[in-house]
Ligand binder design. Structure first.
Ligand code: IMP
Length: 433
C-alpha cells in the first residue's frame, strides 16, 4: 500500500461531474486519518471502493467505514434517507463490516421523506425532454428545496420528540398530498400515521449514532486527530458554480460548510479528476464522445453509475471546465485517476478552449444553453500503447503518459501528486514517493 505524506486535515473534492474516484482516494488516504466526514449530498452519491477482491458501493456512509478504527461522521449539510441508510448499514454488516461506535450522524441533518422521492420522480416525468435533469430519483432536490424553504422540512433531531414529530408529519403530509393532487395527479394521499410510525422506528435504530457532530469534531480536532473531509459529487454539479440547472442541489466545491467546522480547520485540498471526463444525467458536455472512442472509454473504464447503473456519458479531458473547478475549489494538489483506461489509444485529446460562434472562450460559461452549443477546441497529444496498470513509480510510466500528466498539471496550475492506474487499492502512483 502506497504511503502518503502528512497532509494535515484534508478535504477531497471532485473537479468534474462526479464519479472521479473520490471514494478510492479517501480509502487510500484514510490509513493516515482517524476521522472521515461526509458533509453534503445524500443517497444520490455513489462511492465505489475496491477492498481485496470485494467491491463496495457506498452511498450515504463515509468511505472510512471499511477501515477498522476510523470514526465516520455524516455532517449536518448532508441529507439523510434513514431507510436507505439503514439498508446500506445492514448490507455492509452482512458482508462483515462492523458499524457501531465508528459512525456518528449529525442531529442537524435534514431527512428525506417519501414525498421527496416521489416529487423527484414526478417532476422528471412531467418535464419536457430538454428540461429533464436526469436526477438519481433519490429525492435530493425536493429535500434540499424544503430545507431552504424551511416550512416543510424535518431534521434528524426532530425524530426524538415523538408527539411533535407525529403532528409535524401530519401537517407536511397534508400539504404534500394537496400539492400532488393539484400538480402531479396522485390521487391517494400520503398516509401520515404510517410514515410517522416508520420514521419513529428508524429513529430508534439510528439513536446510538445521532449526536451533535460539530461538538464531536471540535473535540476531535482539539485532540489533534487527523480529519479527512469527503466531498460528494463534483464541482461541475455544484448548485452555485456548476452547469445550472443540470446540477445537484448541494454545494460540491471546495471545503463544505456542511461539515460544521470552520474552513480554517483544513490544511490541504485534493482535487480528484479522471484522465478523461464522464457525466451521468442530462446537461451540456462539450467534450462528449458519441463514437467508438467514447464506447471504448466506457467499457474499459467500467463507466456505469454506482447508484443507478446508468451508462455514463464519456468524453475527452476538458481543461476549460477543470480550470473553472480549480478556481472555485482551490486544490493544493491533484489526483488523476483512470490513466490506464486511456492506454492503447494512438492519441489523446484535451479541450483547451470552446468555439462559440466567432468567439473563442477560455472561461467556463454560466449559461447551460451556450455551453451546449460550443464546439470544443482540442490539443492533441501522443497516446501510449503500454499497459500501465503495474506501474507504481512515476518513472515507470511511458514517456507519453508522463507527458499527458505534465500537460494537465501545467494547464491547471496544480501539481498531480496521485495517479490511478487501475481499480484496486494498490494501483496507485504517489508522485513524490
Ligand atoms: P440529483 O442529485 O439526484 O438531484 O441529480 C442531479 C444531477 O446530479 C444528475 O445529473 C445526477 O446524475 C447527478 N449526480 C448526483 N449525484 C451524483 C454522483 O454522485 N455522481 C455523479 N453524478 C451525480
Amino acid at each position: 500500500m502506497a504511503r502518503v505524506r502528512d497532509l494535515g486535515n484534508t478535504c477531497v473534492v471532485g473537479l468534474q461531474w462526479g464519479d472521479e474516484g473520490k471514494g478510492k482516494i479517501v480509502d487510500l488516504l484514510v490509513q493516515q486519518f482517524g476521522v472521515v466526514v461526509r458533509f453534503a449530498g445524500g443517497a444520490n452519491a455513489g462511492h465505489t471502493v475496491v477492498a481485496g477482491n470485494e467491491k463496495f458501493a457506498l452511498h450515504q456512509l463515509p468511505s472510512g467505514i471499511l477501515r477498522p478504527g476510523v470514526l465516520n461522521v455524516i455532517g449536518g449539510g448532508a441529507v439523510v434517507d434513514p431507510g436507505a441508510l439503514l439498508g446500506e448499514m445492514q448490507s455492509l454488516g452482512a458482508r462483515g463490516v462492523t458499524i457501531g461506535e465508528n459512525l456518528r450522524i449529525s442531529d442537524r441533518a435534514h431527512l428525506v421523506f417519501p414525498w421527496h422521492r416521489r416529487e423527484d420522480v414526478a417532476a422528471e416525468r412531467v418535464a419536457q425532454v430538454a428540461d429533464k435533469l436526469g436526477t438519481t430519483s433519490r429525492g435530493i432536490g425536493p429535500c434540499y428545496a424544503d430545507k431552504v424553504a424551511r416550512r416543510w422540512a424535518i431534521r434528524v433531531c426532530d425524530l426524538y420528540r415523538p408527539t411533535a414529530l407525529r403532528a409535524r408529519v401530519a401537517q407536511v403530509a397534508a400539504y404534500k398530498s394537496a400539492l400532488f393532487r393539484a400538480v402531479f395527479e396522485r390521487p391517494e394521499p400520503f398516509d401520515s400515521g404510517a410514515i410517522a410510525d416508520e420514521y419513529l422506528a428508524f429513529a430508534e435504530q439510528l439513536r446510538p449514532f445521532v449526536c451533535d457532530t460539530t461538538a464531536l469534531l471540535s473535540r476531535v480536532l482539539a485532540e489533534g486527530r487527523r480529519v479527512l473531509f469527503e466531498g460528494a459529487q463534483g464541482c461541475l454539479l455544484d448548485v452555485d458554480h456548476g452547469t445550472y440547472p443540470f446540477v445537484t442541489s448541494s454545494n460540491a466545491v471546495g471545503f463544505g460548510v456542511g461539515a460544521g467546522v470552520p474552513a480554517s480547520a483544513v490544511n490541504s485540498l485534493i482535487g480528484v479528476l479522471k484522465a478523461y471526463t464522464t457525466r451521468v444525467g442530462s446537461g451540456p458536455f462539450p467534450t462528449e464522445l458519441l463514437d467508438a472512442t467514447g464506447d471504448t472509454i466506457r467499457e474499459r473504464g467500467g463507466e456505469y453509475g454506482t447508484t443507478t447503473g446508468r451508462p455514463r456519458r464519456c468524453g475527452w479531458f476538458d481543461a476549460v471546465a477543470a480550470s473553472h473547478a480549480v478556481r472555485v475549489s482551490g486544490p493544493t494538489e491533484l489526483a488523476l485517476l483512470h490513466l490506464d483506461t486511456l492506454s492503447g489509444l494512438s492519441e489523446v485529446k484535451a479541450c483547451v478552449a470552446y468555439r462559440s460562434g466567432v468567439d473563442l472562450l477560455t472561461d467556463f460559461p454560466a449559461d447551460a444553453q451556450t455551453l451546449s452549443e460550443v464546439r470544443a477546441v482540442y490539443e492533441t497529444l501522443p497516446g501510449w500503447s503500454e499497459d500501465v496498470s503495474d506501474c507504481r513509480r512515476l518513472h515507470e510510466l511511458p514517456a507519453n503518459a508522463r507527458g499527458y500528466l505534465d500537460f494537465i498539471s501545467g494547464r491547471l496550475g496544480v501539481p498531480v501528486r496521485i495517479v490511478g492506474v487501475g481499480p484496486d487499492r494498490d494501483q496507485i502512483i504517489m508522485v513524490d514517493a
